[in-house]
Design a binder for this molecule. Structure first.
Ligand SMILES: NC(=O)c1ccc[n+]([C@@H]2O[C@H](COP(=O)([O-])OP(=O)(O)OC[C@H]3O[C@@H](n4cnc5c(N)ncnc54)[C@H](O)[C@@H]3O)[C@@H](O)[C@H]2O)c1
Length: 431
């Protein structure tokens, strides 16, 4: 049995990780300590998971002030707090499942890696894409040589208009002065997966992007500061908060999925009811018109990365997509790959043979919930590591390594470049 402490019981710490204790395949997991600023969330998970009252805390700081309470800890608080919470957890000797990004500051990322190594603490960063059957298959295809040497990759992070409006205009990640820029918050996954697929180091990064649309000057005539049916552009505006959060069919919410809907729970903080949603929309930023928020985060950004072996990779991050998925086109000297984790299909074409193989990832696993199945696989692998630790194994190859630091360096460089109109920024010097 692996005992687990959790800091932050929101979308990630609560819905995604804490709930796993009640799911099939997690018999070896027991949550024994929890912390959140929200009393309601702490009570909810205390009752659900049977956490002893004396181990329920009103902040991560309070939990981390106690002697070590569990075999490992999950840090799922907000980006800007990861540094302090993680350093404290390292000091207490916890092995850590750390939500990305490692930190919102580049030097702090490196410091965390060094401190963890010095203390012998294992940290698994939640780069969940690496754990998906889909991306593992893509890596296998490239490594097999079937498409030859990879000359380029075009990769698109389709954020989805509703996800962008919820998180990056109205929600937690709307202002980069308070949290991470979107290229770090959303695309450290993409920078990581490209580097991991290519097994190469980036040499140079350049990026352009801006906040074009979600600004006061673009508010449609007749729109009002807080959304509602009375807004004169209700019918034509896809961003109306009332549609988002109260019209179930708009975002495909069903009776069954409502209670664990991460967007609704961000408004309600705990159990969902129409009354709580209405109250949240009247009092919080989630009810505001998207052209009337304190947001400054880019809505469309392109990043160009030159890798040392010559591969050119691009990442396009866009708010302006219908749904949330990733597309990847890989240009090889002997063939090409077109892949899309929305439909879970990977098409591999070989130039010499003129063939196309379609690999249907849907047939290779059963559970594609939570980041295309990556969340559950990652947590299971982490728990196995902790069990191994208890059996005396010290070193693992999937902790915070060079590649993970590099994924963050790419994002910090991309943001720096974007702020300087695309100026190329060098990252990994030497060979
Ligand atoms: N791996 C991924 O793909 C992925 C996806 C989404 C979010 N994230 C990351 O996970 C982290 C959490 O995101 P989320 O979506 O769960 O956000 P959230 O707002 O739903 O949850 C964060 C929770 O942390 C709590 N909290 C804040 N400060 C705290 C403190 N000092 N002590 C204890 N609790 C505290 C809040 O009350 C909240 O309940 C973020 O860093 C985010 O970037 C990762």
């Amino acid at each position: 049995m692996v005992t687990v402490a959790i800091c932050g019981l929101g979308g990630r710490g609560g819905l995604c990780y804490a709930n796993c204790q009640l799911k099939e395949g997690f018999d070896n997991m027991k949550v024994v300590a929890i912390a959140d600023l929200s009393k309601e969330l702490v009570n909810e998970y205390r009752n659900k998971l049977g956490v002893p009252l004396e181990n329920c805390f009103s902040s991560a700081e309070e939990l981390l002030s106690k002697d070590k309470l569990a075999d490992c800890i999950i840090i799922a608080s907000m980006d800007k707090d990861h540094y302090v919470h993680t350093l404290k957890a390292i000091e207490k000797g916890y092995d850590i499942l750390l939500e990305k990004p490692i930190s919102t500051n580049e030097s702090e990322c490196e410091e965390i890696r060094v401190k963890a190594k010095e203390k012998g603490v294992y940290i698994r960063l939640c780069h969940v894409l690496r754990s998906t059957v889909y991306f593992r298959k893509l890596k296998e295809i490239i490594a097999s040589g079937v498409i030859g040497a990879v000359c380029g990759i075009n990769h698109i992070e389709n954020v989805a208009f509703w996800h962008y409006a919820h998180s990056f205009v109205r929600g937690n990640w709307r202002n980069s002065a308070e949290t991470s820029p979107i290229i770090l918050q959303k695309c450290c996954h993409d920078a990581d997966i490209l580097t991991w697929l290519l097994q190469d180091k980036p040499e140079m990064v350049s990026s352009l992007g801006e906040l074009r649309y979600f600004k006061k000057e673009n508010a449609p005539q007749g729109s009002i500061p807080r959304c509602g049916k009375e807004c004169s552009v209700y019918d034509s505006c896809p961003y109306n908060a009332e549609k988002f959060y109260l019209v179930d069919s708009f975002l495909n919410v069903t009776e069954e999925t409502r209670k664990d809907n991460w967007m609704l729970r961000a408004i309600c903080r705990g159990e969902i009811s129409e009354e709580k949603i209405r109250n949240g929309l009247n009092t919080s930023d989630f009810g505001k018109c998207v052209f009337n928020c304190e947001n400054n985060v880019v809505d469309h950004q392109c990043v160009l990365i030159k890798y040392k072996k010559g591969t050119l990779a691009t990442i396009t991050m866009s708010a302006f997509t219908q749904s949330c998925y990733r597309q990847t086109k890989i240009f090889g000297t002997l063939g090409e790959v077109e892949a899309n984790d929305g439909d879970n299909l990977i098409k591999v074409r070989n130039f010499a043979k003129g063939t196309q193989e379609i690999i249907d990832i849907n047939k290779l696993a059963n559970d594609f919930s939570g980041h295309n199945g990556g969340d559950a696989i990652m947590l299971k692998e982490f728990l196995i590591r902790i069990e191994d630790r208890k059996n005396g194994i010290k070193d693992f190859d999937d902790g915070i390594d060079d590649d993970i630091i590099i994924s963050h360096k790419i994002c910090f460089a991309a943001e720096k470049s974007r702020q300087q109109n695309g100026k190329p920024i060098k990252i990994c010097e030497g060979k």
